[in-house]
Design a protein around this ligand. Structure first.
Ligand code: ADP
Length: 373
């Protein structure tokens, strides 16, 4: 069935459904969608935060109806409470955009995951995704079971970095199975949500989509789940930081940014919601010349480490800017998988070891919950 046929079938499947006030779902001005892209169907219902409980039923009925359609490749229906900002939510109860149940009754959907770690950056283009993937593979090289979720809805790069092809499979229980790549369990928002639709989503909606995505995926038993965060420190990032039960965050920065405001903002954001900073990784720290093999410290040396110390954040290490790393990332063959014993493979494995020690040393709960689901 092509997307146009699926859209017609989706509209038919939703035709009998109505919002709590009786407005037919498809006629409500607060509903965007359904949108179909490559077989995946998405729909968003805009609500106020107070309406979350009363809209939970229609959300799940709409999602069930769409998922039951033959020919579809997964469906997601999200509630978005745009009228209450994420910052305000942090002061009150955790956001409740999913099922509408009270926080205490929320299902431990990540119960098999020992530690959830966010990899974040103050801005885009600093190598956050490259770092997430190679750090995940570094953890894997220690013999750990590792998953990675690309939560960067607006610029998902995991499909490229891990050469993910095809679509995630739906299990008999209607939960998605993560894709397998280089021994990692991998999932990307880019595989689930249409890019153009997601482009207009604001913070709480991104949060809602991500928490549903986390709970819709059967992650199984994992030692670490890495969340490759959307870049920046806006509402979406804050909502994920406060809505997901994070063991901690790793901040990726280029040396010049670390001395500037972006990385500091990232650190401040996690601290604000009591998520420990597990480390700062300096990426593109110095340049390794492909011709002469020389090492050039374009931005001086030691500054980032000193700045991390000043900010009270552990420094995990410096990754050079190299042609080899860029080529490996962009060709879907991460450097740690390609050359685990090479200098970069060893560098990431070393940082992964430090990270793992910090995770295991910290007091943690074995049952991860998703606030907001
Ligand atoms: P972000 O997730 O912060 O937007 P990416 O991980 O997508 O950044 O990296 C942006 C670009 O920089 C990609 O082309 C990637 O291959 C390249 N890159 C990242 N880190 C390095 C590095 N240390 N050396 C060379 N190229 C790098």
């Amino acid at each position: 069935m092509d997307d146009a046929d699926l859209l017609a079938a989706a509209r038919e499947a939703l035709a009998g459904l109505a919002l709590p006030d009786g407005t037919p779902l498809l006629e409500a001005g607060t509903v965007s969608g359904p949108v179909v892209s490559s077989g995946r169907i998405s729909l968003a219902i805009s609500i106020t935060a107070e309406d979350a409980a009363s809209f939970a039923d229609i959300r799940s009925r709409a999602e069930t109806a769409l998922r039951a359609m033959p020919g579809g490749d997964g469906a997601i229906v999200v509630l978005t409470a745009e009228k209450q900002s994420a910052a305000k939510q942090s002061a009150a109860a955790p956001p409740d955009l999913g099922t509408g149940k009270a926080p205490v009754t929320k299902p431990p959907v990540l119960s098999g995951v020992r530690h959830v770690v966010a990899v974040a950056s103050g801005k885009g283009g600093v190598g956050k995704s490259t770092t997430s993937v190679n750090l995940a593979l570094g953890l894997r090289s220690l013999g750990l079971k590792v998953g990675i979720l690309d939560a960067d809805i607006h610029g998902p790069s995991l499909p490229t970095l891990l050469a993910l092809h095809g679509r995630p499979r739906l299990g008999k229980d209607r939960r998605l199975r993560p894709m397998q790549a280089f021994g990692l369990q991998a999932m990307s928002m880019g595989l689930m949500v249409d890019q153009e639709t997601a482009m207009v989503w604001r913070g709480p909606m991104v949060m809602s989509a991500i928490t549903q995505m986390l709970s819709d995926v059967d992650w199984g038993t994992l030692d670490v789940l890495i969340i490759d965060m959307p870049p920046g420190t806006g509402d979406a990032q804050l909502a994920i930081a406060q809505g997901t039960d994070l063991a901690g965050a790793v901040i990726v920065s280029t040396p010049q940014d670390l001395a500037l405001i972006d990385a500091r903002r990232g650190i401040a954001m996690f601290r604000k919601v009591d998520v420990p900073i597990l480390g700062v990784i300096e990426n593109m720290a110095h340049f390794i010349c492909p011709d002469c093999g020389g090492r050039h410290a374009l931005f001086g040396e030691g500054g980032a480490q000193a700045e991390a110390r000043r900010l009270g954040a552990p420094y995990l290490g410096a990754v050079p800017l190299t042609m080899e790393l860029r080529r490996a990332s962009d060709s879907g063959q991460p450097i740690v998988a390609l050359d685990p014993d090479g200098p970069l493979g060893q560098l990431y494995a070393g940082m992964a070891r430090t990270l793992w020690s910090a995770l295991e040393a910290a007091p943690h709960t074995d049952q991860k919950t998703l606030k907001g689901v």
